[in-house]
Design a protein around this ligand. Sequence first.
Ligand SMILES: [Zn+2]
Length: 280
Amino acid sequence: MQVNDFLSSLNNVGGTLSYVGETTLGESIPMLSKGKGRGGVLLIGSTHAREYITSYLLRDLFEEYQGDYPIDLIPMLNIDGVRLCIGGLNALTLKLRDRITLMRINGGSTDFSTWKANVRGVDLNVNTDAKWGEGQGNLTYPSPQSYVGPCPFSEVESYAIKRVIDEGNYSLIVCYHSKGEEVYYGFSNNHKYRAEASMVANKLGYKLKRTPKSTGGIKDYFTHSTGRLGLTIEVGSDKLEHPITLERLDELKEKHRGIIDLYAEIAKKLWTKYDLCDSP
Ligand SMILES: [Zn+2]
């Protein structure tokens, strides 16, 4: 019920609601849009199931955003995974065979509260073709986390994101995860927008870091395919347990208030730089 309530609430936060694809279990993946013009910012929440606090945080920040600069928000990419994490196997309509498979992937347990993957046991943040399968900790078999999938973009959720990124011509994308209070930027040997990334880290009071051992992520794909700035934000103190519950929402909102305006400002400035340096 909690996820249904969340999805219905998206009708009441302003902006235009559209759908960018379907999940593995056939649920439409919503996107909210505000503003008009070239470039724009794409925000993505709940790529990892247990990090569903990011959906609520992004929804509420989006509701408060009053600017003209274009912002697209996909608040809950991994809807099936979030349902599984919050409600367990009974939250999903599954054949008996698929229930058994999921339990087996989950080490025989019916507790899915720390599950990160989609319902095929593929981690959506290692499933793109940005040096796919070359990351530290990547797994080659279905798992609650870190399985890269049978090939890049094997999952309908990853493919939906690829299409949004390829067609969106965004200036900046920001992927929300939990936890650790960190801002990750760059990919492989491209770290040229450090100054802009550090503006975000400074505003949030988070540490700025590179991700030399991570590949196949969504920000990796954007950085790799466009040469532009992609960020991964890890919200919430490392002292908190997974999943971070909604009791923490207010303090996170307090910390992030106005951050979308900063994303808009950075994206606008970067657009000029991209035109000069990268001729996209
Ligand atoms: Zn994550």
